[in-house]
Ligand binder design. Structure first.
Ligand code: ATP
Ligand code: MG
Length: 248
């Protein structure tokens, strides 16, 4: 019998797909976790941006930590012109910040304030269908929890989110915080990793009085992957991973 061959989704992050046998398994939900400033937002946006630019796959970015306009400006520093693909209908950014801070949103896609879980999921579903998205990013899970005022039920929210993502057939990157991954805690609520099919940890290590970035694939279902830590850099073109580099 032939073995079932998993279709791979290329991330557009140079060097990274080599660690995964070609990319994320299609339709999978991957958690990108790590302490603050380690590159989670950059990783997530690069996945959607390169999807549109290199692989012709439309993508949706749900931004819950910074306004869409701030995200666009920041990403321009990598030469990623999100606006261009938004105008072509290849990228949609859902602004989940303006309403919460009481500012009117001039965005085409924006979440209303006081949304419950169903409302949130339904809105994301509609936008995904609207542009026929194949990729989705939610930045970040802790901000969903705060927004929905249902922090205690975060596991249930994540299970529902994950089910809906699988149903939509999109390949997703969700970000979360891990304050101190070296001490074993890799997510804010301790449950995010259980509902995602893959976990990628971004972190820093001190080397010769300098902090160096590294990345570790903690889990990736349907995939043989190494548990080694790989160095990466945030360059002017975004994240670049060095699969043959050493961090010690
Ligand atoms: N144009 C650039 N060129 C090189 N490095 C950059 C550039 N822009 C940002 N960086 C680096 O990326 C880091 C921030 O990355 P990013 O915002 O993706 O991290 P994050 O993990 O999402 O952080 P947070 O916890 O604040 O959400 C900056 O601290 C900086 O070191
Ligand atoms: Mg971020």
């Amino acid at each position: 019998m032939d073995r079932y061959v998993v279709e791979r989704v290329k991330t557009g992050i140079p060097g990274f797909d080599d660690l995964l046998g070609g990319g994320f398994p299609r339709g999978t939900t991957v958690l990108v976790t790590g302490p603050t400033g380690t590159g989670k937002t950059t990783f997530a946006v690069q996945f959607v941006y390169k999807g549109a630019e290199l692989y012709g796959e439309p993508g949706v970015i749900v931004t819950l930590e910074e306004r869409a306009q701030d995200l666009r400006r920041e990403m321009l520093s990598f030469g990623w012109d999100l606006r261009k693909y938004e105008e072509e209908g290849k990228i949609a950014i859902i602004d989940g910040v303006s309403s919460v801070v009481g500012l009117p949103s001039e965005e085409k896609f924006a979440l209303e304030d006081g949304l419950n879980v169903e409302g949130f999921l339904r809105y994301v579903y509609r936008v995904v269908k609207n542009i026929n998205a194949k990729r989705l990013v939610v930045d970040s899970i802790p901000s969903i929890a705060i927004r929905l005022r249902e922090e205690k039920d975060i596991r249930e929210v994540l299970l529902r989110l994950n089910t809906i993502l699988l149903e939509m057939g999109v390949t997703s990157v969700l970000t979360t915080e891990a304050e101190d991954p070296k001490r074993g805690r890799i997510s804010k609520y301790g449950v995010e990793e259980y509902v995602s099919r893959g976990v990628v940890l971004l972190d820093l290590v001190e080397k010769d009085v300098e902090l160096k970035r590294y990345l570790l694939v903690r889990k990736m279902r349907e995939t043989r992957h190494s548990m080694k830590k790989y160095p990466f850099e945030i360059t002017e073109d975004g994240i670049v991973v060095y699969p043959s580099g050493e961090i010690y």
